[in-house]
Design a protein around this ligand. Structure first.
Ligand SMILES: C[S@@+](CC[C@H](N)C(=O)[O-])C[C@H]1O[C@@H](n2cnc3c(N)ncnc32)[C@H](O)[C@@H]1O
Length: 382
């Protein structure tokens, strides 16, 4: 059983549901998720095309207001207080804010599809607002807390510095590279870990469905954050044991659940042996190719022989032609936050794996919209 947060912020034992994590009653087929993403990207192009350049410049420059508005909504407690259909004045009284100013924020939110406002001016939440409530089992509110941190703003304010071959906007803006800076700022580090755990829960659920776990016994999540992925995966597969390898300061905050062993360490130095499945989820995109190959090489060194042995790398997909999707955004985010990290195409993962002596078997589309690149065994060299 995994500790699952419930809406009032307490915890109770239970299993995460697809509805709580993806917002859909059942896990959508990965092909359907990919088709929806393609369609949305195409529609976005259509919506932008007729706008004249000044409008598109302004829309670009004012795009940051989306983040500012989401953060403001969370700071005043709209997700916690907006439940059914309600008058904006009544909501303003509950929140202790100005009704006119709240109306302006909510009108903006309505244009983004975050809330609905009816003809009588009453507002009601959408599922997105539920996902942003403190204590929602998905934990997506934690992404708001992480992304609204001043260090993120300072890094993204220096994005241009990332265009130099060895540029690192995070270091330019904050004085140290991401993980070194985080180690010196435990509160912000914990906020980052909490945000990662939201993705971890989602991937735990998605991978539990997408891969066959019947032949696996012991799974190592390399750079697995506070263990949310493994806790979710183990909850649905009681025959599995999990090993979490993380930085020591992250391990100190890790979930403690039966069957989950936590190890503080440095994956660039070594990776624990004795597992049949090794996961790298949203880890390689933090690094340039040399570092990524080093991580894969360390895993290849301890990968056992046999049919159950595999390395599963989960990341967003870079398409040949640029696409308006999450992976294009996280690619730019990596440019801003990491020293050389980036998203990759399946062919690039193939090349990384080969350089580390691993053979890619196949790439699976996931219901989350990401890819799982499954490497099985080592490349035979003559
Ligand atoms: C982008 S996060 C991804 C976390 C998690 N896999 C997920 O998908 O939510 C990258 C993780 O790599 C961990 N990490 C960074 N350097 C590491 C190292 N040298 N050894 C082990 N883990 C490391 C970080 O602490 C962080 O949790």
């Amino acid at each position: 059983m995994v500790d699952q947060r419930v809406p009032d912020g307490t915890t109770e034992p239970g299993r995460l549901r697809t509805r709580d994590v993806l917002g859909a009653p059942v896990m959508p087929p990965a092909a359907a998720a990919a088709a929806v993403n393609r369609l949305r990207a195409g529609l976005a192009r259509l919506v932008r095309a007729p706008a004249p350049p000044p409008v598109r410049i302004l829309e670009g420059l004012l795009g940051g207001l989306d983040q500012a508005a989401l953060v403001a909504m969370c700071r005043v407690g709209i997700p916690e207080h907006l439940h059914g259909r309600t008058g904006i004045e009544a909501l303003a009284v509950e929140l202790g804010v100005s009704p006119d100013r709240l109306r302006r924020l909510l009108r903006y939110a309505a244009t983004r599809g975050w809330v609905r406002i009816d003809r009588r001016g009453r507002v009601r939440p959408t599922p997105l607002i539920e996902f942003l409530r403190r204590g929602h089992p998905s934990g997506w509110r934690d992404w708001v807390e992480f992304m609204s941190g001043p260090e993120v703003a300072r890094a993204l304010g220096q994005l241009g510095a990332g265009l130099a071959a060895d540029g690192d906007p995070f270091e330019t803006g904050n004085g140290a590279p991401f993980f070194a800076w985080m180690a010196d700022h435990p509160e912000r580090h914990a906020a980052f870990d909490a945000a990662m755990a939201a993705g971890g829960r989602m991937h735990g659920l998605v991978l539990a469905r997408a891969l066959d776990w019947s032949g696996s016994r012991r799974v190592c999540d390399v750079g697995g954050g506070t263990g949310a992925l493994l806790a979710t995966l183990l909850a649905g597969n009681p025959h599995l044991e999990g090993v979490l390898l993380e930085l020591p300061e992250v391990v100190a905050r890790a979930e403690r659940v039966p069957g989950l062993e936590v190890q503080g360490g440095d994956a660039f130095a070594s990776v624990p042996g004795g597992c049949d499945t090794y996961l790298l989820v949203n880890v390689l995109h933090d690094w340039g190719d040399q570092e990524a190959i080093r991580l894969l090489t360390n895993i290849a060194a301890v990968l056992p022989d046999g049919p159950a042995a595999r390395v599963v790398v989960v990341e967003g997909r870079v398409h040949q032609r640029p696409r308006d999707d999450i992976a294009t955004r996280t690619d730019l985010l990596m440019l801003g936050l990491t020293p050389g990290g980036h998203e990759r195409t399946p062919a690039q993962f193939d090349a990384l794996g080969r350089a580390a002596g691993l053979r890619r078997w196949r790439t699976l589309r996931l219901a989350s919209g990401d890819d799982a690149h499954v490497f099985v065994g080592r490349v035979v060299t003559r």
